[in-house]
Design a protein around this ligand. Sequence first.
Ligand SMILES: Cc1cc2nc3c(=O)[nH]c(=O)nc-3n(C[C@H](O)[C@H](O)[C@H](O)COP(=O)(O)OP(=O)(O)OC[C@H]3O[C@@H](n4cnc5c(N)ncnc54)[C@H](O)[C@@H]3O)c2cc1C
Length: 413
Amino acid sequence: MKNIVILGGGASGMAAAIAAAEQADSKAKVILLEQNNRVGKKLLATGNGRCNLDNQVIAPECYFSSDRKTMAKMLDCIADADPLGWFEQHGLLHRADEAGRIYPYSNQAADVLNLLLHQMEKNQVEIRTESAVSAISAHKNGYRITLADGQTLTADAVICAMGGSAGPQFGTDGFGIQLAQELGLEVQPLYPCLVPLKCKKSQISGLSGIRVKADATLCDGGRPIRTETGEIQFTDYGLSGIAIMQLSGMMKPNRLRRPEIYLDLFPQLSEKELLTLLHRHKRALGSANAAAFMTGLINRKVGLAVWKSLGLGDEKRSTATLDKEEWQALACGLKNWRFTELENTGWKNAQTTGGGISLSLLESGSFQLKAYPGLYFVGETVDCAGSCGGYNLHWAFGSGILAGRHAANLINP
Ligand SMILES: Cc1cc2nc3c(=O)[nH]c(=O)nc-3n(C[C@H](O)[C@H](O)[C@H](O)COP(=O)(O)OP(=O)(O)OC[C@H]3O[C@@H](n4cnc5c(N)ncnc54)[C@H](O)[C@@H]3O)c2cc1C
């Protein structure tokens, strides 16, 4: 009997296994190899345990890739495969939140995993856990897979779904991408994506734990790259929150020469309108030092941090002593609070992997390597990373479904 071997039991691997087994019916055996002692470990942690599995609006702008044209084509193919519809057909009830993010109706990631496990059992997918893949090579009309314990198995088709380097605590250490490099495939440089950012310590001193709503703009040497709106969380190392994580996706290695983030704490007002508001606030409060002036206007610690960053003096300085230029500077500073020396906080904190196998090496409709018939790379192994909001799982499930179906048809035409 022919067989399809899936390397990696994460989101894309499990979807690929089910899609392949359903399509191949009883004509081929589907084997899934996972190095952890269980499949779907990362899936359980997604969406803070709720699994944001898709989004109502999918568009190329929601993804980071160095080959946007091919990525858009692949997204169209994934749209045809309709991962959410596929989940519905397999018995998952779901709902969307106010931002269009889709979660299982039960709000439990475990529910999604259990459904996938049920479907794999129903379709007789053989799951082998504690099976770490260590090599793959071409063999006769298929491939030979070597496991870390020395065992080997041959396959008519192989789907590499070993994820990227993000979240190594869940079993993903970039090995799938390393394997691709060993096969001579071009790989775009990897970088932690959807990750909090470190910044110059003195800029966030005393702010840890505070959250503000703001527009955050990533700039390169003063040139705006992208703006995200949302809640910014100050930590003891820098900035976090969804808006910051989204901006981290634009921080591809060597792309930006001098990345900086500017926070606009009053995005709904122009600088002129804010200046008017500051004067009105001063009149309402009467005589006030800087610390008292922030009352009723903005989080006091945040307001004072902006004040100090502008060199306006300490918190005891009376606002009555500010001249026209200094009021102007305060209005400007509250709308352009600058954070420098940005650095990502590493793979452990990253939700996904930027970079990966070049998309042009793959067939858009199947994720099969053009140079290696019967060998597929899916999910986070390839050069496409989604924003926060269910985009990564949409990509992972969709690419898995496409590859699984194609592999089954390939070995049983
Ligand atoms: C904390 C966290 C929360 C997230 N929340 C969301 C969310 O809500 N929505 C969203 O869209 N995305 C979310 N993501 C991103 C999303 O989980 C991933 O992009 C997605 O799981 C990638 O799927 P994948 O199948 O490519 O890889 P993975 O799901 O990472 O699976 C890869 C599997 O391969 C296995 N493996 C690796 N190497 C080997 C080997 N040598 N041999 C055998 N097996 C191996 C791993 O153990 C793992 O099980 C989150 C990520 C994290 C870390």
